[in-house]
Ligand binder design. Structure first.
Ligand code: SF4
Length: 440
């Protein structure tokens, strides 16, 4: 059982899907930097692609994604036209040098577009990038996921799907604006499995309005009974000052931090008891799954899609707000969908904001990634710096972390404090605190 130290969790911390985080992006770094990075991708470089579909049939009140309603056919059509154009522009800049091994579709909900449009996108990507047999993964909203969509995923060779489940409790579903009966999830899972999808992830949440330990246990039991290969158990972050759509959620009914901590601990224990391997700080996977294997073999990585077994150092973002990552650079595409479409359709790259990572950023980035993925990092360059030593002390003195020479290790007991330790190595974190959420 984990011990609760509120003083160590008081500080809002990033989720570190990149370092530096998006809060450090500036508009000084954009299209030209992205073009230069693409032009210098070496021959044979393994590359992953992320394609963003910013549409959903219904908008959930808690959602932090860049997405809008898919109810206007013209908006969908012109966005898809821009995506196709951007794919061709990027492929031309790469000149056939990249070896595309993975393509992830996220959003929004990729299944907010017609399945035939998804098939066209996959074809365009395969031809433009000369892909062999990339690993295809797709985020799916179970609402609106019909048999035709499932068949299209099967025909495209999609092997990984992530389902937005969040909670099975009907009252909580109503309180967060996402009503989806259990049968919908059961049907979606059946359809995915019968169409050859081998790795299914459930996104679940704790810290939801009206949720308590009993209700969370029931949701976890329902999930475990369906045996998804992966489960991501996120803490709901209530930040209506950043995400106005969350104002519809009744904040008076939210669990406090001590209750959230207990929920995270319960989730961990219940999933481990059910045979799941804990991965990073909020993922779980069955032992046969590649994510569990990566955790056990020490090859787990973290990128914009969360914890991953993907080893590629170059990730190219396609679509409005998509983020691309190169060893020296992070660039985000234009968030404004009108501007995005105009630029993409004019044959331009759409990178708009980003950051050049200097040597110190890269070194700190490795430490933060190692701490979050493997709970251990060589912190040699920073171990004697006073603010870091002082910051580590409360974790060391409570056996939440151990420092052996320059090797810093987060103990089992320290698991829920991983992000609170990692933030000590973030040189940018004196500012922009309010953008982030609690570490638990
Ligand atoms: S379906 Fe997913 S992406 Fe769409 S609004 Fe709901 S949480 Fe956000």
């Amino acid at each position: 059982m984990w011990s609760y130290y509120p003083d160590l969790l008081a500080r809002p911390v990033p989720r570190y899907t990149s370092y530096p985080t998006a809060a450090e992006f500036t508009d000084q770094v954009g299209e030209a930097y992205l073009g230069n990075a693409l032009d210098h991708v070496p021959q044979g470089q393994p590359v992953s692609l992320y394609v963003h579909i910013p549409f959903c049939e219904e908008i959930c009140w808690y959602c932090g994604c860049n997405t809008g309603r898919s109810n206007k056919a013209q908006r969908l059509t012109s966005y898809l036209e821009a995506l196709h154009a951007e794919i061709r522009t990027i492929a031309m800049r790469l000149g056939g040098r990249a070896r595309v091994q993975r393509i992830a579709f996220g959003g929004g909900s990729p299944n907010a577009i017609p399945p035939v449009e998804f098939a066209r996108l996959v074809d365009e990507l395969m031809v433009a990038f000369g892909c062999g047999a990339p690993v295809l993964s797709v985020e799916i909203d179970p609402r609106g996921f019909d048999a035709r969509w499932a068949m299209t995923l099967g025909v495209s060779g999609t092997k990984r799907v992530s389902l937005g489940v969040q909670t099975f409790d009907p009252a909580i579903q109503a309180a967060i604006g996402r009503v989806q009966p259990r049968e919908l999830i059961v049907t979606a899972v059946d359809r995915l499995r019968s169409n050859g999808v081998r790795s299914i992830n459930f996104d679940l949440m704790y810290g939801l309005p009206g949720q308590d330990l009993t209700l969370l246990t029931r949701t976890l039991e329902e999930a475990i009974a369906m045996r998804p290969d992966r489960i991501a158990l996120f803490g709901y972050a209530h930040v209506p000052h950043i995400l106005p759509r969350q104002k519809r959620i009744d904040a008076t009914n939210l669990p406090d931090q001590a209750e959230r901590f207990a929920m995270a601990a319960l989730g961990h224990d219940q999933l481990v008891a059910a045979g799941y391997v804990p991965v990073g700080f909020d993922h779980f996977a069955l032992p046969h799954d590649d994510l569990a294997k990566a955790q056990q073999q020490g090859t787990l990585r973290r990128n914009f899609q969360g914890f991953t077994e993907d080893q590629a150092d170059v990730l190219i973002g396609i679509g409005a707000t998509a983020i691309g990552q190169f060893p020296h650079l992070i660039v985000q595409n234009d968030k404004n969908s009108g501007r995005y479409r105009m630029r993409a359709c004019a044959g331009r790259l759409t990178g708009e904001r980003g950051i050049v990572r200097d040597a110190d950023d890269r070194q700190r980035g490795v430490i933060i990634e190692d701490l979050l993925c493997g709970r251990a990092a060589d912190v040699a360059p920073y171990v004697h710096r006073e603010p870091i030593r002082a910051g580590l002390q409360p974790f060391l003195s409570r056996d939440l972390a151990v420092l052996d020479g320059s090797m810093l290790r987060i103990t089992d007991e320290g698991r829920p404090y991983g992000r609170a330790v990692a933030v000590l190595f973030d040189r940018h974190r004196a500012v922009s605190q309010q953008r982030f959420s609690s570490a638990i």
